[in-house]
Design a protein around this ligand. Sequence first.
Ligand code: HEC
Ligand code: HEC
Ligand code: HEC
Ligand code: HEC
Length: 187
Amino acid sequence: MNWRALFKPSAKYSILSLLVVGIVVGVIGYFATQQTLHATSSDAFCMTCHSNHSLKDEVLASAHGGNEHGFTVQCQDCHLPHSPIKYLMKKIVVSKDLYGFLTIDGFNTQAWLDEHRKEQADKALEYFRANDSANCQHCHTRIYQNQPESMKKIAVRMHTMNFQKEPDKRKTCVDCHKGVAHVYPKD
Ligand code: HEC
Ligand code: HEC
Ligand code: HEC
Ligand code: HEC
């Protein structure tokens, strides 16, 4: 076969038809990526590596497991961003965990999690602090203004006090609320 022919302008197909093929391939690629990203965000996916960790049971036992109300907050609702670009960025960061999974001795054991809980929790908190707990605020939209009547007085007082501060002096949700899904370790 004459390889040079590959680089010559095509005589057989019009530029237009090549363009159409290109767009179709691009669109398929786009959706394939979306599908992969979606598949890699389910609880089941997180639990492929964290399968021996008590994380899911902890969520189910917490207020965010909502047995009484019939909802369960998913791992990604709290741990992954909503904006597509940031989502991809975080995915790329998370993909380093594949390396960790393969190299950290005994990673997928409860003993490892128990031993490294504090350090892992603080790493996780960095993400929440970096974006003003955006994932929490995505669901809890009436914390600072227009609070529901049923909200505890102490909660209204603390939230209002926090909101009255200069934006850069405010605490973020996880500064006051640790361990909302997993028990935050004391030491
Ligand atoms: C490929 C295996 C793998 C998958 C899949 C995986 N993790 Fe992890 N995860 C790890 C490893 C390994 C660590 C420890 C990383 C380290 O300390 O270097 C970790 C640590 C974490 C941490 C604490 C450290 C941090 O950087 O925040 C959180 C939170 C976390 N994972 C959440 C998730 C969520 C949510 C999912 C599903 C979207 C998920 N993981 C899927 C392997 C995985
Ligand atoms: C997918 C939506 C969703 C996300 C994300 C979410 N929550 Fe919640 N949260 C809820 C629901 C629903 C309840 C239960 C409300 C009820 O039972 O009245 C709740 C309950 C709570 C409570 C009261 C119960 C308790 O545990 O004391 C606190 C505090 C709380 N969330 C803080 C947070 C923080 C902090 C984050 C981020 C780390 C967060 N939530 C993320 C939906 C969410
Ligand atoms: C300055 C500390 C502080 C900050 C910041 C803060 N909270 Fe709270 N929050 C409290 C206290 C104190 C309570 C009442 C005790 C409790 O329920 O844990 C409370 C209660 C709650 C409750 C339960 C309210 C009820 O009674 O129905 C939810 C939900 C909640 N906070 C979510 C959030 C979210 C989401 C953020 C971030 C947008 C946030 N909080 C920021 C201190 C804070
Ligand atoms: C309601 C929000 C929420 C949900 C749902 C949630 N997490 Fe977390 N996660 C947090 C927060 C906040 C931290 C930071 C430490 C803390 O406050 O307990 C954390 C910490 C972690 C850590 C670090 C170790 C630790 O225990 O602190 C891992 C690993 C983790 N989450 C994985 C998961 C996985 C896997 C799921 C799904 C089964 C999940 N999380 C569901 C909010 C959540």
